[in-house]
Design a protein around this ligand. Structure first.
Ligand code: SF4
Ligand code: SF3
Length: 547
């Protein structure tokens, strides 16, 4: 076994990647990610002591958040990035320790993660092999530690985006620290970890609310929007991932250059924000979800900017047109750094675009989205009326991720097979499995309501809570809402934990349950929360519709 990673839905054989990731992550990168996680836990331990002593450095919080985000599936494939991050982590840990020593607080004996040290890549690699996920022997404890750790990675992604827009919450960082420390604590029992999992869900809700506030305060509330999926005649830049601030800067810098900007994958919902509508060169959305990028980046012809996940290892035919920024990285791919003033200079990408042909059209027409909380609330009367009259019988929350395997066709078939009085509420790249189907509308309400990115899943929780209030129900589970969620990476884990924390029961998760759930932990989730998998479209629709 050269590595062990089981954090995403595409873990090899439904168990874990051991030689190379299905995602393309190499074994040496995987080991350096494990070591970075261990180094971050060491920082968490010393920083918790520093907090107690009244020393609180925001830069440490940012470092931890960024480090966690960089280890999420399809964010960063560059081993050297992680080697450098581990070095920085050790230096940061030592500097916090030095501050503590000055006030006579000695943390050296807290744990190995606080005192180990190495400075060569060979030693890093040896250490990494001792501290990976499998170093926890008990499979149930390992499973719960993983559930919390992957939830916290998702939480870090949301905190990172919010921080980019100037919104930070020290309590979220404090919780992340607590959770990381707990994964090192041998005295924690299964029950302790179960409570910690719920607490992770609580902070999941908080961080999603924070990001929602950051996005809507900065760019306005998303509104119903028709997005062009064809192409224009000029050369373009394709921007993907989830970071709206990167998009804003790119739009600003491309004004008057003759270059159009198109979104790909999870950047599609940017079109729904009022703030981006003023840019005449914001041309539309090109292509589909992340895993189709190896074909769609090819035909796009122009440069591509990856702001976050999901990056697929680029093919040589278009690799020189791919640029990364933020926490994204890939060896041999040009990275655009942030300047000291927090700004990014995209001029190289713009010049590159000028030398490229316009995109080849792969589709045409429009798709509609923008059904985030405020927009749906403004339609509340209409929605309530449709439910009361029986025109809408049931809502299906089908948010989440898309993935590359054929079994995801289930979601397209499921959407097609739903009765005509059912409405799909979606967010995340899972939508691409059904957002171009002609599913019609119910009294003018489209049957697929897209709230935005996976980062906007909070909208769906708010909509459910609003419906509960309007219908005067005591329990969110009494609503005619079913949850059939597709997951892939770790942001979906925090969304799931947030929903569990909000009391949502009977969530179905597919296309397969996480490899990191041990049989006993899966049993706890089934018994306490009614979590289930998926079966066939036909049987699942019968089950959901209560037939
Ligand atoms: Fe495997 Fe997923 Fe980990 Fe990649 S992220 S190595 S596909 S489990
Ligand atoms: Fe998609 Fe990666 Fe999760 Fe943001 S882009 S939902 S998988």
């Amino acid at each position: 076994m050269n590595m062990f990673c089981y954090q995403c839905q595409e873990a090899s054989r439904g168990a874990g990647c051991t030689l190379r990731g299905t995602c393309g992550k190499t074994d040496d990168t995987a080991r350096m990610q494990d070591l970075l996680m261990y180094a971050l836990k060491g920082i968490a331990l010393v920083n918790a002591e520093a907090r107690k002593a009244g020393i609180n450095d925001e830069e440490t919080d940012s470092f931890v958040i960024e480090g966690l985000f960089s280890t999420i599936t399809n964010v960063n494939f560059d081993k050297n990035y992680f080697v450098e991050k581990v070095k920085e982590a050790l230096a940061l840990r030592e500097s916090i320790k030095a501050q503590l020593q000055r006030i006579n607080v000695n943390v050296e004996d807290l744990h190995d993660s606080v005192k180990w040290y190495a400075d060569s890549e060979e030693e890093f690699d040896r250490k990494a092999q001792q501290v990976g996920i499998l170093s926890t022997e008990n499979e149930d404890i390992r499973s719960l530690q993983s559930l919390v750790t992957f939830g916290v990675k998702g939480m870090a992604a949301y905190a990172y985006h919010a921080a980019n827009l100037g919104y930070k919450d020290p309590d979220i960082s404090k919780f992340i620290e607590k959770a990381l420390i707990a994964t090192l604590d041998d005295s924690m029992t299964v029950n302790d970890y179960v409570s910690l999992t719920m607490e992770t869900g609580k902070y999941g809700v908080d961080v999603m609310a924070l990001l929602d506030k950051a996005n809507t305060a900065t760019y306005g509330n998303p509104e119903i929007t028709r997005v062009n999926i064809g192409v224009r005649k000029k050369p373009g830049i394709l921007i993907s991932g989830h970071d709206l601030k990167d998009l804003e800067q790119l739009l600003e810098q491309t004004q008057g250059t003759g270059i159009d900007v198109y979104t790909h994958g999870e950047m599609l919902p940017a079109h729904y924000y009022p703030a981006f509508k003023k840019y005449p060169n914001f041309a539309g959305n090109y292509g589909n979800s992340w895993w189709l990028q190896d074909r769609e980046f090819e035909s796009f012809n122009g440069p591509i900017l990856m702001t976050t996940n999901c990056l697929v290892p680029p093919k040589d035919s278009y690799k020189d047109r791919v640029y990364t920024t933020g926490v994204v990285g890939f060896e041999g791919v040009k990275h655009i750094p942030e300047g000291p003033d927090g700004k990014k200079d995209f001029s190289e990408i713009i010049e590159h675009a000028k030398r490229c042909k316009p995109p080849i059209e792969i589709e045409n027409g429009e798709i509609v989205g923008g059904f985030a909380h405020e927009q749906v609330f403004s339609l509340a009367d209409k929605v309530v009326e449709a439910v009361k009259s029986g025109a809408i019988k049931r809502f299906f929350v089908m948010a989440g991720c898309d993935g590359r395997f054929k079994d995801r066709r289930y979601y397209t078939e499921f959407a097609k097979a739903l009765p005509r009085d059912a409405v799909i509420l979606t967010a995340g790249c899972a939508k691409y499995r059904y957002n171009k189907l002609d599913l019609g509308d119910i009294n003018g309400i489209p049957r697929v309501l897209d709230a935005g990115q996976c980062n906007d899943s909070y909208s769906l929780a708010l909509i459910a809570l609003k419906l509960k209030e309007v219908f005067g129900l005591d329990d969110i589970n009494e609503l005619p809402v079913s949850y059939n969620i597709a997951w892939y990476e770790q942001k979906a884990v925090i969304v799931l934990l947030a929903l569990l924390y909000l009391g949502v029961k009977d969530i179905h998760l597919g296309p397969t349950l996480p490899a990191f759930l041990s049989p006993n932990v899966a049993k706890v989730l089934v018994e306490n929360f009614g979590i289930g998998g998926i079966t066939t479209v036909e049987d699942d629709i019968k089950m959901f519709m209560g037939a």
